[in-house]
Ligand binder design. Structure first.
Ligand SMILES: C[S@@+](CC[C@H](N)C(=O)[O-])C[C@H]1O[C@@H](n2cnc3c(N)ncnc32)[C@H](O)[C@@H]1O
Length: 290
């Protein structure tokens, strides 16, 4: 009887131990265990979404800060159907709405919090404006679009070529895709190539565009410089744009002290941080070839 009781007790203790070990592993790994899209969604929710329109307040820009905005403004016309993928808080949709009439403007973002901010913006009433909270790759669209925009979004997607291919299938006749991504020189003072993935050379991006079956009409490379008052402001900026999270695979794992120290040392040596964007305008290649 005594032996049976001992066995019973040791089984209970073992089960509790296994439970505790699994529980703590789960608690430490909640974000990493989410799938890629859910981690990206989490990264661009809550404080990131709330602070999005304010994120640049401590940055001084030297040079062209937002080449994609000029590209979009040059191409839009009254009556167009326009999709802004990863529209964030709807700033670009709002700019487009002020410039054209009779258009169908759709902003889509995986982050419901971003979309909440977008919906709260005031629009002119001159265009039909819709905002959708969903993963672009999973969303079924009823419309075709004259312009599809990815403003600093493709580098946060697991497969940019597939995203462009899907966008291509949503283009109306003669439609165009406009996008901007970070170039390989972006933040190069503080990050080694392997530390921060998805910064592209023109050649690498040309290959992705080609793989998606697109024809590149223009590709432009812009350098700009950013200055920050302090290392802390720079780190805050990296967090506010999702870069800090991207480095750890969109988890909330803090950088190690050692990594932070390395960044601090590099930051201390440079009076500025380099920005570099590649901006593309593309068409469906099969339409060009007829
Ligand atoms: C760097 S922000 C850019 C936001 C906005 N386009 C801008 O220029 O300010 C990237 C945005 O893409 C969104 N995003 C990332 N992956 C997405 C996906 N698969 N489908 C829809 N939106 C996505 C994020 O939620 C985030 O709002």
């Amino acid at each position: 009887m005594e032996i049976k009781r001992k066995n019973f007790l040791s089984t209970i203790v073992s089960l509790c131990l296994i439970g505790a070990i699994c529980g703590s592993a789960l608690a430490n790994d909640v974000l990493p265990s989410l799938d890629f899209s859910s981690r990206v969604e989490e990264t661009f929710s809550k404080e990131t979404a709330d602070g999005w329109d304010d994120k640049s307040k401590f940055v001084t820009y030297h040079g062209v800060k937002n080449p994609i905005t000029d590209e979009v403004m040059m191409n839009i016309k009254d009556g167009m159907s326009i999709l802004d993928v990863g529209c964030g808080t709807g700033k670009l949709v709002s700019k487009i709405d002020k410039k054209i009439e009779g258009g169908n403007l759709v902003g889509l973002d995986i982050s419901g919090d971003m979309i909440k901010h977008a919906k709260s913006k005031a629009f002119t009433g001159n265009n039909k404006v819709d905002f959708i909270a969903d993963d672009f790759m999973k969303h079924d669209f009823n419309d075709k679009f004259d312009i599809i925009i990815f403003s600093y979004v493709l580098h946060h997607m697991s497969d940019p070529a597939q995203a462009l291919k899907y966008a291509k299938s949503l283009l109306a006749d003669g439609g165009i895709i406009l996008f901007s991504v970070p170039g390989s020189n972006y933040l190069s003072e503080t990050f080694e190539p392997e530390e921060l993935p998805s910064r592209y050379t023109l050649k690498e991006m040309d290959e992705i565009v080609n793989e998606a079956g697109l024809y590149c009409m223009t590709a432009c490379r812009n350098d700009f410089l950013m200055t920050f008052d302090s290392y802390e402001r720079y780190i805050d900026y990296l967090k506010s744009i999702g870069t800090y999270q991207k480095i750890s695979g969109y988890t909330d794992k803090a950088w190690t002290d050692e990594f932070n120290k390395k960044i601090l040392e590099k930051f201390g040596k440079t009076p500025y941080i380099t920005g570099e964007y590649l901006t593309y305008a593309c068409k469906d290649k099969s339409n060009i070839l007829g």
